[in-house]
Design a protein around this ligand. Structure first.
Ligand code: CU
Ligand code: ZN
Length: 188
């Protein structure tokens, strides 16, 4: 009988201990997440890859409907150029291939920025005028600044050719003519 009483006392202590641990864990989990900076803004300065002369900037600003993308480029050939966020913020190789493939944390197929299912990095095309300048402005519904899906630390690539929004997984947009890393902007 004594042993049984002792065992039940031990199990009660253990159960109490576990409950306390669970309660603490629950409390921890229900704490509000790290405060998100609602006004977050990122910038990417684009530099030409070897043999090209494209330059420009792209900003990414959080807005209520998603992320506002504003791009201004120069030194392009007139017409449409594939325009994507790529996986790695690594523009070290002369041809830009060090940036990896299209940023695709959801494992989707390549598409247009207006598609429901697409690579997170699919920004479609940017179109240059006769003088080689291009301006693009739109609100993207797929981009994120948080967690493993964050665009921060990734890269933007501009391509020589038009993205056909169909060919997998690249859009058949040809060589990479500019590359830049997405980082936090000084002015938020
Ligand atoms: Cu690309
Ligand atoms: Zn893609």
């Amino acid at each position: 009988m004594k042993t049984r009483t002792l065992l039940s006392a031990i199990s009660m202590v253990l159960a109490f201990g576990f409950n306390t641990a669970l309660a603490q864990d629950h409390q921890h989990m229900s704490m509000p997440p790290v405060k998100v900076n609602q006004n977050i803004k990122a910038i990417c300065v684009l530099y030409a890859t070897q043999g090209n002369s494209v330059s420009g900037t792209v900003t990414f600003t959080r807005v209520s409907e998603g992320v506002k993308v504003v791009a201004d480029l120069s030194g392009l050939t007139p017409g449409k150029h594939g325009f994507h966020i790529h996986e790695f913020g690594d523009c070290s190789s002369p041809d830009g291939t060090s940036a990896g493939g299209h940023f695709n944390p959801s494992g989707s197929t390549h598409g247009s920025p207006m598609d429901m299912s697409r690579h997170e990095g699919d920004m479609g095309n940017i179109e240059a005028d006769a003088s080689g300048k291009a301006h693009l402005e739109y609100v993207d519904s797929h981009m994120s600044f948080e967690g493993t899906e964050s665009i921060l630390g990734r890269s933007v690539i501009v391509h020589a050719k038009q993205d056909d929004m169909k060919t997998q997984p690249t859009g058949n947009a040809g060589p990479r003519i500019a590359c830049g890393v997405i980082g936090l902007a000084k002015s938020q």
